[in-house]
Design a protein around this ligand. Structure first.
Ligand code: RB5
Length: 151
């Protein structure tokens, strides 16, 4: 089912973000590229915050964050309450983090994986639903642990 997908990157994730924007738009998703638009050096937490704010404000949406490794983006995004960001390097991780963690943000590293694999990971992430049940209790525990900073 088509989704609204918010994308953001830093300078090191710019090319992979562009490839994903084209891929996901062609697949019929509503794609919102929140930047940056140029390769000038920027700070990834700024774009993590921007994408996460939009995901939290838009029901049923998802976010994709790309930096060089995907690690900085995932650390930054996971500081925000209500965001469950997963750094994935294969489709198995993308599927499991949707099924079990109800992840709402996918993090990818442009210096780690190619555009073809990244597109396939994004497809699996967007098409897989949350399993609920015992996993809902665990997600609720994550959200109640009280460590998240306000936006
Ligand atoms: C930028 O050089 C790089 O540090 C950033 O893209 C990311 O990989 C950080 O985790």
């Amino acid at each position: 089912m088509p989704k609204t997908v918010f994308l953001g990157s830093d300078h090191a994730g710019l090319n992979l973000k562009a490839a994903l924007v084209a891929h996901l738009a062609a697949a019929g998703h509503k794609v919102v590229d929140l930047g940056p638009t140029e390769a000038t050096s920027v700070d990834y937490p700024d774009f993590a915050r921007l994408v996460c704010r939009n995901v939290l404000d838009t029901p049923e949406s998802a976010g994709i964050l790309v930096c060089g490794t995907g690690i900085g983006m995932s650390i930054a995004a996971n500081r925000i309450g209500g965001i469950r960001a997963a750094l994935c390097v294969n489709e198995y991780l993308a599927r499991m983090t949707r099924l079990h963690n109800d992840a709402n943000v996918l993090c990818l590293g442009e210096r780690v994986i190619g555009a073809g694999l990244a597109a396939s990971i994004a497809d699996v992430f967007l098409e897989t639903g949350f399993e609920g049940g015992r996993h809902q209790r665990r997600v609720d525990l994550i959200e109640s642990c009280g460590l998240a900073a306000p936006l």
